[in-house]
Design a protein around this ligand. Structure first.
Ligand SMILES: Cc1cc2nc3c(=O)[nH]c(=O)nc-3n(C[C@H](O)[C@H](O)[C@H](O)COP(=O)(O)OP(=O)(O)OC[C@H]3O[C@@H](n4cnc5c(N)ncnc54)[C@H](O)[C@@H]3O)c2cc1C
Length: 302
């Protein structure tokens, strides 16, 4: 059993600009400084003594990290400090990136969504986090900023192992970019959890389907999983099974089997590995089916 204790003593710093944040973390010692976004995970980590930072750097005052912006190329840019509530309120996300809207709506309750941020959900590197799989199916790129400059990378390469990201100690996640959605495309995120809300994900499956101009052949499939392995991951071998094929139940079975082979879920008090694999098999098929139906229904509307 893990006890929640009083917060340990720390110095709090409240920078107002990204440049100030980069300079504050430029020292790079892991437990010297900790970034605090909404604090919904970070405060619990401190109360459990999993993190005991000397200095906490609050990002709330950094207004330049809080935005949802449409791009000239048709894509969308989201600042790391954008709350889940702001994601849900953005018309561009509701209309053009429905899978992200649908996923954010399934996280926690309204109080949590008012303070929890997209950056914290990604950078926390929890295998059960719900936004990373949805964002991976949208082919999201992320920007890491530091006093040395900035670099972009695909989100799918961000989690090398359980609880870790490839960010250096002097880097923070500052922005998420989504490419313009292709015609005849749609995605679905299905999350299995014990109760209706306020419970962590047992297994989460994101599927995104892009159809050819005939409206029937699958040009691209992207699949990503929460709690299917020690990190959130894309199942790229399973994706390849459906690419270039007409949609059908037989090929769907093959995709689901391939996804199970790529998964390595753990046994915990929430669910054992065998049960999680059954969920992966069933939810993969269901998520692809729904995405395909939604993408193919766009034929004739474009
Ligand atoms: C009751 C409850 C229910 C929950 N339900 C869900 C759920 O259904 N689905 C789900 O996915 N999560 C859930 N969570 C977990 C959590 O709320 C989310 O992961 C949330 O999005 C974290 O965001 P935050 O802004 O609060 O991050 P914080 O707690 O502030 O930070 C989390 C971690 O990320 C680091 N960090 C934050 N921002 C950055 C940045 N920009 N760059 C680098 N590092 C950064 C912090 O140092 C910390 O290690 C739940 C939590 C609670 C308490």
């Amino acid at each position: 059993m893990t006890y929640l204790r009083r917060l340990p003593k720390f110095e709090y710093v409240g920078p107002r600009t990204l440049t100030e944040v980069c300079s504050l973390i430029s020292g790079g010692a892991p437990d010297d400084a900790m970034l605090l976004a909404g604090g919904t995970d970070a405060i619990l980590q401190m109360r459990r003594r999993e993190r005991v930072p000397r200095r906490v750097i609050g990002l709330k005052g950094v207004a330049e990290l809080d935005f949802v912006r449409e791009q000239a190329d048709g894509g969308l840019s989201i600042g790391a400090m954008t709350t889940l509530h702001s994601l849900l309120s953005a018309p561009a996300i509701r209309q053009r990136y429905a899978i992200l809207h649908e996923t954010a709506a399934q996280i926690g309750g309204p109080e949590l969504r008012n303070i929890a941020t997209i950056g914290g959900n990604i950078a926390g590197a929890l295998p059960c986090a719900d936004l990373p799989p949805a964002l991976m199916t949208l082919d999201a790129q992320i920007k890491l900023s530091s006093h040395r400059g900035e670099r972009w990378m695909p989100l799918r390469d961000f989690f090398p192992e359980f609880g870790r990201t490839v960010a250096q100690d002097d880097e923070l996640l500052s922005e998420i970019k989504l490419p313009r959605p292709a015609p005849y495309s749609a995605g679905t995120y299905l999350k299995f959890h014990d109760r209706q809300s306020m419970d962590m994900t047992v297994v989460g499956v994101g599927a995104f389907v892009v159809l050819d101009d005939d409206g029937r052949t699958v040009r691209e499939l992207r699949l990503a999983y929460a709690n299917g392995a020690p990190t959130v991951f894309r199942a790229m071998k399973a994706e390849a099974v459906l690419c270039g094929q007409l949609f059908g139940e037989k090929v769907l079975d093959a995709v689901a089997e391939a996804a199970c082979s790529e998964s390595s879920p753990r046994t915990s008090w929430r669910a054992n590995a065998g049960y999680r694999l059954s969920l992966i098999r069933a939810l993969t098929k269901r998520a692809i089916r729904r995405s395909w139906q939604s993408a193919s229904s766009q034929k004739g509307t474009k």
